[in-house]
Design a protein around this ligand. Structure first.
Ligand code: COA
Length: 202
């Protein structure tokens, strides 16, 4: 395994690999550090000729950067990396590049798209669908048959109620309660979540 990214998120994934007995050959990082990972494991900037057969996980939480890097990678994308203290139902589908952190629950018949992050303690209930490159922050609940589109950022502890959909590229604030459908690229927060005016973030 190789990680792409050497920051705090990468450290969490490095430790999952240790717990799972997966050997990490090192990490690529195009920056100079400082890194959360051991400096001696730094393989330098991304280079497709280094361990070219080794599977890789893009260990970066920013959805746009994660997407852009994944598009230029030549290494095979690793199968889902799941913390040993997460629950993944046998009937759930997880695409390659997905990471699932400690305490997360991914229930029956749910679907997690490529390179999504299901962070600590997040819950994806049965038949829910989470799009590629989306990040569910710690403690998010995506209730049964809810849908979160591609490239969404869902803040810590937010709740998406059953059968509600969040369009692609949405940002949902921490602690929000999403009761109604959010159109693509909406920024929303609050209790219940209300759509916010446009901002430079988008
Ligand atoms: C939604 C979010 C991205 C907005 O960030 P932002 O555009 O920088 O917004 P600001 O911090 O400038 O806040 C703008 C206003 O919205 C309010 N606001 C922001 N986030 C809010 C939230 N989650 N719930 C309620 N109100 C919120 C602020 O209080 C502020 O109100 P004010 O102008 O009356 O003071 C951010 O607040 C957030 O919730 N991030 C989640 C972080 C997180 O969970 N990270 C997990 C990492 S693992």
């Amino acid at each position: 395994m190789i990680l792409y990214g050497g920051g705090d998120h990468a450290l969490g994934l490095w430790e999952i690999c240790q717990l799972r007995g997966i050997v990490v050959k090192g990490f690529f990082d195009d920056g100079e550090g400082p890194f959360a990972l051991p400096k001696e494991a730094h393989l330098g900037a991304y280079d497709p000729t280094i361990y070219p057969e080794e599977p890789i996980i893009v260990a970066i939480t920013d959805n746009t950067i994660r997407r852009n890097l994944s598009l230029r990678i030549k290494h095979p994308i690793a199968p889902p990396l799941v913390h040993p203290h997460a629950y993944v139902a046998p009937s759930a589908t997880l695409e390659n590049g997905v990471v699932v952190l400690a305490g997360a629950v991914i229930h029956s018949q749910s679907y997690i798209g490529a390179h999504a992050i299901i962070n600590s303690g997040a819950i994806v209930e049965h038949f829910a669908r989470i799009g590629a490159f989306t990040h569910l922050s710690p403690g998010v609940i995506a209730a049964c048959r809810s849908e979160v589109g591609e490239g969404c950022f869902i803040g810590t502890g937010a709740i998406i109620v059953p059968h509600v959909s969040v369009g692609e590229g949405c940002i949902v604030g921490a602690g929000s309660l999403v009761l109604h459908k959010l159109p693509p690229f909406t920024r929303a927060w609050g209790h219940p979540a209300k759509s916010q005016a446009e901002s430079p973030l988008l």
